[in-house]
Design a protein around this ligand. Structure first.
Ligand code: ADP
Ligand code: MG
Length: 134
């Protein structure tokens, strides 16, 4: 699927929120600047998050409260090739049925993700649009 602009990516994320339920894990694949965090911002908005989403590159994880006592937990393991204690944190998050967990750069924690998790790949097209593959 072709995504022509940042706004379209936000809209796609927002629309995708309708298909996601607590207990699910989403892995985002794609290079730096592909649009993983932008997708997450749209998803968060669609799920009812009012605060703005920023990249959790330094904090590794950020949790956003959702209506109904659920949470969106956003991870970014880009700066953490060896997840160490964050592995436990991630496993706990995934094990909590109230959480929707979304992860950027999950390579180092691939063994912790449920087999049936959702994978979304974002790549660049030559014309600077993005290609999203589910
Ligand atoms: P990532 O998290 O994958 O590193 P970000 O979402 O932080 O990427 O950044 C994507 C950047 O690319 C943003 O600055 C955004 O404005 C820009 N951009 C341009 N075109 C698109 C598009 N079609 N989809 C998503 N982002 C786009
Ligand atoms: Mg990002």
């Amino acid at each position: 699927m072709k995504i022509a602009s940042e706004q379209e990516m936000l809209d796609f994320g927002k629309e995708f929120a309708k298909k996601v339920s607590p207990g699910q894990v989403i892995e985002l694949l794609g290079d730096v600047g592909a649009g993983k965090t932008t997708f997450t911002r749209g998803l968060a908005e669609g799920l009812g998050v009012k605060e703005s989403i920023t990249s959790p590159s330094f904090t590794i994880s950020k949790t956003y409260a959702l209506p109904g006592g659920k949470n969106l937990v956003h991870y970014d393991f880009y700066r953490l090739p060896d997840p160490g204690l964050m592995s436990e944190d991630l496993s706990e998050s995934i094990g909590n049925p109230n959480n929707i967990v979304i992860i950027e750069w999950a390579d180092s924690v691939a063994n912790l993700l449920p087999e049936n998790h959702i994978k979304i790949t974002i790549s660049y097209n030559e014309d600077d649009t993005r290609e999203v593959t589910l």
